[in-house]
Design a protein around this ligand. Structure first.
Ligand code: IYR
Length: 227
């Protein structure tokens, strides 16, 4: 069998994955589940350095996610510069203070109590890296003509999920942070108008003393229906 061919004028490559035994499938799926089940969102970071190449690998992994028409409609901005981290912290805390004091409903604040969050975001300066994920609404085609991307929200959500999994598998921790509104990130990072901020993800090691809420996860019967 050839390993390349042209189908309707487009190049294809043969794709082969080994067929595993049921025992092997079970072992691998169980091991990956157990590893991912030990992932937690962390709010107390160490300032210990992480090599930049590691961060590049994490982002390359995120960018292996599927996307609408394979447009890969994402940009990952990586901030390690202390001055820029400081600017981001100041702007985020300003918005968050307003949110916690007057924009969020009492139900919302009540739901967040077990997580111990508040408007203060010291991790934005402590974590060695902030990865700000932008969704690219459209691209500029020839002569600057706008070309819309497809399923941008879904695609960028998938890429971010891959990123969080990669961070955990590498041995680092992250937080899925949603400063709201996030417009200040476009300004601070001077992003073009076709990009909108999606999530802000501090990445690093946990602080020497790091506590996370004692939360359980829903069981299979609560999240899954077999037909
Ligand atoms: N964006 C705020 C509030 C917040 C909202 C939800 I929903 C969370 O799960 C956690 C926090 C903050 O980052 O504190």
């Amino acid at each position: 069998m050839p390993d390349k061919k042209i189908i309707e004028d487009h190049p294809y490559i043969a794709y082969n994955r080994p067929i595993l035994t049921d025992t092997e499938l079970l072992k691998r799926s169980q091991a990956f589940y157990e590893s991912m089940d030990s992932r937690r969102s962390v709010r107390e970071f160490s300032n210990k350095e992480v090599p930049r190449e590691v961060i590049e690998n994490l982002i390359k992994t995120a960018s292996t996610a599927p996307s609408g028409a394979h447009k890969q409609p994402w940009t990952f901005c990586v901030v390690s510069n202390p001055e820029i981290k400081k600017q981001i912290r100041i702007a985020a805390e300003e918005e968050e203070l307003e949110s916690y004091e007057s924009r969020m409903s009492s139900d919302w604040l009540e739901d967040l109590k077990p997580l111990g969050t508040d408007w203060r975001k010291p991790f934005l300066e402590t974590a060695p890296y902030l990865i700000i994920v932008f969704r690219r609404i459209y691209e500029f085609g020839p002569e600057g003509k706008k070309k819309n991307n497809y399923y941008v929200q879904e695609s960028v959500g998938l890429a971010t999920g891959f990123l969080l999994a990669a961070i955990h598998q590498a041995g680092l921790v992250s937080l899925t942070h949603t400063p709201s509104p996030m417009g200040f990130l476009s300004k601070t990072l001077n992003r073009p108008e076709n990009e909108k901020p999606f999530l802000l993800i501090p990445v690093g090691y946990p602080a020497d003393e790091c506590w996370v809420p004692d939360l359980g996860r829903k069981g299979i019967d609560d999240i899954c229906a077999f037909y």
